[in-house]
Every structure is written in C-alpha cells, then in structure tokens.
Write a protein that binds this ligand. Structure first.
Ligand code: ATP
Ligand code: MG
Length: 320
C-alpha cells in the first residue's frame, strides 16, 4: 500500500491586502489582490511543489475567487478532487493590513462563506482512503463542523499506520475559547510532528518556558517539534536528536504571510522523503525565507530545485 499521499482539510480563501501599513480598515484605502490563500491551501501547494503527493479537502464558491484557487492548486500538482463547489455561497476571503510592528489585522469571511461548508464528502473519503499523512491546520477550526471531518481523517490514516502533523496557528480573530482548547488537546494527543510558531509552543503545552514546553510535549508522545522563529530561523526538538537550531536566511521581507505554511510543508515533505531533521530544517527555512520575499501568500511557494539553488546561493550546506 502506498502511503505517500499527504492531505489536509480546511479553508481556501482569497487574500486582499492593504497597500499601506497601518492599523485596521476604518478608513477608505487601497488594496491589492485577490491572491490564492488559506493556510491549508498554501501548505498543500508547497507540499506538491516540493515534489510530494498532495490533496486537500475544502470548499469554494462558484465564482472567480474559487477558480483562481482551484486552478493554482491543480497547476502545482495538488489533487483537487475533494474541493467541493458550493452553489449560492461566495469563496472565503481575508482582508489583511500590516501594522508598523509587523502585527496584522484581519477581516475574515470564512464561517458564512463556501469555505465554511468544507465537510467529509464522498470525494473527501475517497481521498482520505488513499493517504498516509494528515496535516491539521489550527486555522481550520474556525469552520463549524470541521472537527468531525478532521477526527475521521486522522483516525482513518492512523489506523493504517499513517502519521499526523499539526500547526496550531489559531489567529486571535478566529480563536474559539474553551472548545478550541479541547480540540487542540485532542489533536496534540495524536500528533507526530508539531509545527508551532513563537508563543504557540507555550500555549500548546500550557507551560512557562520553552524547555518545559518541549519536555511536556515530547512526553505526550509527539515525535518531533519544529519551532518557527520568524526572522530568527527555527529549532528542532526530538528525543533522538536533541535540539537542532537552524539560523534564518538573510532576505528582504516583503510579505511574511505564508512563511509558516511553506516552512511546515517543506519540513514535512523532506522528512517523508527520508531526509534527516537537520537537512529538512534547512529546506524548511529556505522555503519560509523565499516566501517572505514575494507579495501574496502563495506566490513564494518553491520547488525543491529552487530551494537547492537558493541554499547554494546563500553559501549554506545542502548535502548533510
Ligand atoms: P505565518 O506568517 O505563515 O503565520 P509563522 O508565524 O507560522 O508564519 P514564521 O516563524 O513567521 O512562521 O516563519 C516560518 C519560517 O520562515 C521561519 O522559521 C524562518 O525560517 C522563515 N522566515 C520567516 N520570516 C523570515 C524572514 N524575515 N527572514 C528570513 N526567514 C524568515
Ligand atoms: Mg510569522
């Protein structure tokens, strides 16, 4: 049985970005977009571009915003057979504006959009039946009813010896208090690879320090933690290899959105291709760094060859 297929479940969105830095959307301003987006979509697109077999369970509207997403994913090699088209609802969207300190304000239309209709359809079950890895994106928890689909996908894949990765990227605008916490704990209990960013590590572990958080999470049975540190690079923690740090590549940051998703996808796909953690981390850092140099969350997704060139051009070691 071929367990090579990686799938994810969650929102497909267009992103529409303010062209000026500032707080929020309380006055008329200009925007650029639509760009294909949605954290699960960015992730799965990067899996496919890196050379992994990839599919997504999601839903779009019968409109241009849906079309640009589905066509991008299809062109990059993602199995789009489990993307439902919902009549009478628009494709999901996110308006985003950057503050001077790099923080972001969002206005999301997910729950009441086609994205909110993502479910475990027959097409989705057929995709899950072929897959050996499920990636859980915390942002997908904003979709009502998505937990049941995720639980089913995880149970099916785990029962056949597959694995689970988890990026707990829950934006403040999307957080669902107590219910969200229980979902996070349920997913942590079955996670093989955890991909937190900054404080998410402490929140996920309910711990005060990085060391305590790592200890608690590895004790839970999580095999690997790849911690994203933005422009400070990343670290990997496991019982087998201890702590491995990977400094960031030095790039000009144009648009940080999507860096974490591309990092996670490149890391996971490298590991599933049999690379050691240190080398997978180098690819992941390179994928994150390349993403931030392009405007638009999915515009900086990289092929493995592009990452090899990028790593070599920076004088970093590829062949570990
Ligand atoms: P997202 O913005 O998608 O939520 P995240 O917060 O999950 O991202 P980050 O830590 O911002 O994840 O980025 C992931 C990885 O991408 C980092 O660990 C780093 O390797 C790389 N990266 C991100 N920003 C930069 C940067 N400004 N310069 C170099 N590398 C970067
Ligand atoms: Mg970030």
């Amino acid at each position: 049985e071929n367990l090579g297929l990686t799938i994810t479940v969650g929102e497909i969105l267009v992103e529409i970005m303010a062209t000026t830095v500032g707080a929020g959307f309380l006055s008329p301003q200009s925007f650029v977009g639509p760009f294909p987006s949605g954290a699960p979509a960015i992730f799965i697109d990067q899996v496919a571009r890196f050379g992994g077999a990839a599919g997504i369970v999601a839903a779009v509207g019968a409109d241009d915003f849906g079309t640009i997403n589905v066509e991008r994913l299809r062109a990059d090699g993602v199995d789009v057979s489990a993307i439902a088209t919902i009549q009478g609802k628009p494709t999901g969207s996110a308006f985003v504006r950057y503050r001077p300190d790099g923080a972001r304000d969002f206005v999301f239309n997910i729950t009441h959009s086609a994205a909110g209709e993502a479910r475990m359809t027959e097409a989705a079950r057929a995709l899950v039946a072929k897959s050996g890895h499920v990636h859980v994106m915390g942002s997908a928890f904003a979709i009502p009813g998505i937990a049941a689909a995720l639980v089913e996908a995880v149970a099916t894949v785990k029962a056949r010896g597959g694995s689970v990765s988890f990026d707990p990227n829950i934006r403040k605008e999307l957080a669902q208090a107590d219910e969200g916490r229980k979902l996070v704990d349920d997913v942590l209990a079955v996670t093989d690879l955890l991909l937190p960013s900054g404080d998410e590590l402490l929140v996920a572990a309910d711990a005060a320090t990085e060391e305590a958080a790592v200890e608690r999470l590895l004790n839970l049975g999580i095999g690997e933690i790849a911690l994203k540190r933005g422009s400070a690079g990343s670290s990997h923690f496991s019982r087998q290899f201890g702590r491995v740090d990977c400094p960031a590549f030095s790039v000009e940051e144009i648009d940080p959105t999507g860096a974490g998703d591309c990092f996670g996808a490149a890391y996971l796909t490298s590991r599933r291709a049999g690379l050691a953690p240190a080398r997978a981390l180098l690819y992941a850092n390179a994928a994150g760094a390349r993403t931030v140099t392009r405007q638009g969350p999915m515009e900086g997704v990289s092929s493995r060859e592009e990452l090899d060139e990028f790593i070599a051009a920076a004088g970093r070691e590829v062949g570990i």
